[in-house]
Design a binder for this molecule. Structure first.
Ligand code: GLA
Length: 391
């Protein structure tokens, strides 16, 4: 924090009247690629993420600097348009634009951002930055009157419409609404949610990064979304009362439509979607009842479905998940986030953690050619202002 305050002073002259905000990364325990199908997801906020030091200005200029990127950007609030050259600053700009469009008050600021979510790891560094900016504008210019769920929705809108990534609502929701030691069971069709205690006893969730760059990610993500839209269209063409989301169907009901869908690939995709939604309910229950073996099995089933039916894993994620469950003390493992690289999680007995990491590093490196990374994280709180004394 001291170093960050010094950087702020170096960039912006002095550090009088500054305020500090934080926003976490997220990990999804289970419920993958179903947020945009109106399904249930079960993410939680990490205890690391993004920090911003902010000072209000009296004009309409927002200065954006980051300790993670060399690029500094000066934004005029009267000219909020997407510019390729503005790179990372397009995320904050997008949130500002959407908030202004929704009628909220904005003003000038000097901002220094510092993130410790590894880039491209699938732990939602972009959602973390978006919700962070939303909360800053909420507190500094709108007397904290904006509901966090509104900020979450506007952050997603910024990513969809301004940045142009067609993501669902899960990441922003977890980042905005996260609560220490709790996972969030979120119904993405209604945005109803409840918190669940994550009591893992002698076990913990180990975060494992494939360290694979996610180059193809975005186009494949959009391709999967389009496939789901196609299935929904076919199913609705056979129904009088239309459904809004694929997750409105049960596995039994799906059987009726398989002959109309015909296409094997589309059948695989929708089978994942409906199966995954069922698994989230079961996983929530298993965790509540302390049935960790069952919870672990569901994690592994989820991975297998994402690998075989939804086809969003790849050799790196498969190696991590498949080798993890062979190691003593691991009850289950799966990819988390969009897939094709990024991170996986494993449920591992505390006393076996060290050995687990050593063994998995060895087999993974042998097969893939470079090492994975491992992170330890507790479950943290959603985006908020930090009291400078505690910051
Ligand atoms: C990305 C998206 C989320 C969600 C996941 C897959 O993280 O941003 O909305 O679709 O992929 O579950």
């Amino acid at each position: 924090m001291e170093a960050l305050l010094k950087s702020f002073k170096d960039i912006y002259g002095d550090k009088e009247e500054i305020r500090v905000f934080q926003s976490p990364g997220r990990v999804n325990l289970i419920g993958e690629h179903i947020d945009y199908n109106g399904g249930l997801v079960f993410p939680c906020a990490l205890d690391f993420g993004t920090i911003a030091i902010v000072r209000k200005r009296e004009d309409s200029i927002v200065n954006l600097a980051s300790t993670n990127f060399d690029l500094k950007v000066e934004v005029d609030l009267n000219d909020l348009v997407y510019k390729e050259l503005d790179d990372w600053a397009n995320y904050p700009k997008g949130v500002m634009k959407v908030m202004r469009d929704h009628g909220y008050t904005l003003g000038g600021m000097d901002i220094l951002i510092s993130g410790n979510i590894p880039n491209g790891a699938g732990l939602s560094s972009s959602a973390s930055l978006e919700v962070l900016i939303g909360e800053i504008i909420n507190v500094i210019f709108n007397k904290s009157s904006i509901d966090m769920v509104e900020i979450v929705k506007m952050s997603q809108e910024a990513e969809n419409k301004f940045v142009g990534v067609n993501c669902g609502i899960m990441d922003q929701f977890a980042v905005g609404m996260g609560k220490s030691k709790k996972a969030i069971l979120l119904n993405c069709a209604t945005l109803e949610y409840k918190y669940a205690d994550v009591e893992l006893g002698d076990y913990k969730i180990v975060l494992m990064n494939t360290n694979k760059r996610r180059a193809l990610n975005e186009s494949k993500y959009n391709e999967r979304r389009a496939e789901c839209d196609k299935v929904l269209e076919i199913i609705n063409s056979k129904r009088d009362n239309k459904i809004e989301n694929l997750c409105d169907l049960s596995m039994q009901e799906l059987e009726i439509y398989k002959s109309s869908i015909q296409d094997e690939i589309l059948i695989k995709r929708v089978t994942h979607v409906i199966g995954e939604n069922e698994r989230v309910k079961d996983a929530f229950e298993a965790l509540n009842e302390g049935k960790l073996n069952k919870f672990g099995e569901l994690l592994t089933e989820s991975h297998n479905s994402l690998r075989d039916l939804y086809e969003v894993t790849g050799i790196e994620l498969d190696t991590l998940a498949e080798e993890a469950i062979k190691i003593h003390g691991c009850l289950g493992a799966r990819m988390t986030g969009a897939g094709f690289g990024g991170c996986a999680i494993a449920l591992v007995k505390l006393e076996n953690e060290e050995e687990f990491i050593a063994k998995l590093t060895e087999v993974y490196t042998k097969k893939i050619g470079y090492a994975p990374s491992f992170y330890s994280s507790g479950i943290g709180n959603g985006a908020c202002e930090l009291n400078l004394v505690n910051a």
